[in-house]
Structures are given as C-alpha cells and as structure tokens.
Design a protein around this ligand. Structure first.
Ligand SMILES: N[C@@H](CCC(=O)N[C@@H](CS)C(=O)NCC(=O)O)C(=O)O
Length: 251
C-alpha cells in the first residue's frame, strides 16, 4: 500500500490524521506544505478541497479527518477508530463532530491572532518539518502568509474573545466525555484523535496551557500526543483570559 499524507506543520487536524495512520500501523510518507500555498498545491494535486490533512492512498484521494478515519477503518479494520455498537458509535461521532466543528476553529483563530501580533514563535511550529526551502527563507517571507491565514481563519479580536470565553465550557464537556468513557479509553477512537491534537495545539500557547494541562482533558492530550511542535509566549490581553483564569483556579 502506498500512502502519502499532505499536512501543514503544526496543524491540529494534520496531527489527528498522522496519529490515526500510526495507530493502524500504516506506514506513509509525509509532505509538509506551507499554509496558504497548501491550498494551491492541493488543488494542483487533484484533491477536491483546499485543506489538510489530505491523503493519497494507492492513488485515491481522501481529504479531511473524518473521511480519512472512515477510509482507514475500511482498509484496515483493526484497531477500529469507530465503534460498531450503535449507541457507542453515536456518542463517539458526536464527540468527533464537536472536535471537528467546534473545537478546531477557535484554537486555529487564537493561534493565528497571536502569530499575527508576533511572528517570532512561527519557527517553533515548523520544528521537524521539511518545507522544501530553508526554514529561514520560509520565515522571512511569512508575513503575507500569516496575514492571509489570520484573515481566512477569522482571527479577529471579537472572534478570539468569543473563542476564549467558550473554552471553559468546551473543556468541561471533554472532561465529562472522559468521565463517561466516550473518549479516553485504553484504545483511542476517532474522537480521541480529533480532540487531543486541538488541545495539544492550544497548550503550545503559554496563555492557555495552565487552564488545560492539569485537568483530564489536558492529561489525555499529553498521553495521546506526547510532543507537539510550537511555543507561543504570553501575548493575549489579560482581560480576554479572565474566563480561563477562574478555570485555572478551580482546577
Ligand atoms: N475540519 C477539517 C479542517 C481542515 C482545515 O481547516 N485545515 C487547515 C489547517 S489546520 C487548512 O488546511 N487550512 C488552509 C491554510 O491554512 O491555508 C478537518 O478536520 O479535516
């Protein structure tokens, strides 16, 4: 089987796809793409949409974490990413949907907001990546890419404030799913792999890590994704972090 995964360094859904391939024991090659340029590259490669992760599997093109998970279960059923029991599958799919649609976007917006304010941490997110050009050159030309990514991902002040305010309830939801066994089991499922990388990416921001790392959600993220590239020193306005401060105090 020939597998090649197209990713953006530091991208949380890309990390989800990497973990899914690894848990299945499927060996694959990886192509690292720069954000924004990735959109053109993926269309040029014949993928129907413009986002990573995108997987070429024996010439077939599979795109998006959800599609990739289902295709991997089809070609390699063990260990399963989706449970077969209907009630359990519905619970896992709801947690997966939440991770994909509700958790991924604010984490992405918060990070691009921070990188637009200060591009210096960008280098840390490219650790271990191979972009086809020297990393120093890539970073020197990163200004327009960061600006465009912040725009595409709606990294406005209002949106980021809303995302930060919503985070405590999202973390509680994840802790509750861990407590009731929907996620956090010995054998990770599709929702574990969807949620943990987003938490892990959020934890690369010094502003967010204290509110996440010591609760069950943070423990799960560290267990499933022991290392994650990137580190952003404190940058968010303290007033915006107020909703998370009370979380840290309660933890
Ligand atoms: N919900 C989709 C999201 C995919 C997505 O939005 N990926 C981002 C990277 S995290 C992307 O490709 N963005 C294009 C860009 O940054 O230029 C999934 O889980 O596959």
């Amino acid at each position: 089987m020939e597998a090649r995964l197209y990713v953006i360094p530091g991208s949380h859904p890309s990390m989800a796809a990497r973990l899914m391939l690894e848990t299945k024991g499927i060996s694959y090659k990886r192509t690292d793409l720069m954000p924004v340029i990735s959109k053109v590259a993926l269309r040029g490669l014949g993928f129907p949409r413009k986002t990573v992760p995108a997987l070429k599997l024996d010439g077939r093109k599979i795109q998006g974490t959800g599609e990739i998970a289902r295709e991997l279960d089809r070609i390699q059923p063990e260990p399963p990413l989706l449970p077969t029991d209907p009630a359990r599958r519905a619970a896992v799919e709801e947690a997966e949907r939440f991770g994909d649609e509700e958790l991924q976007p604010p984490v992405r917006a918060i990070l691009w907001w921070a990188l637009r304010k200060d591009k210096a941490p960008l280098r840390s997110y490219s650790e271990g990546a191979s972009l086809g050009i020297p990393i120093g050159v890539a970073l020197k030309t990163a200004g327009p890419i960061v600006a465009a990514s912040a725009r595409f991902n709606e990294a406005t002040d209002d949106n980021v404030r809303r995302g930060l305010a919503a985070l405590p309830a999202m973390l509680q939801k994840i802790d509750d799913w861990i407590a009731d066994g929907t996620i956090g089991g010995e054998q990770p499922n599709v929702a574990d792999f969807q949620i943990a990388p987003s938490l892990r990416l959020a934890m690369t921001l010094d502003d967010l890590r204290p509110a996440i790392e010591s609760r069950p959600a943070g423990e799960l993220a560290k267990r499933l994704v022991p290392t994650y590239p990137g580190k952003t020193p404190p940058i968010l306005p303290p007033a915006w972090l107020q909703p998370l401060r009370s979380e840290t105090a309660a933890a």
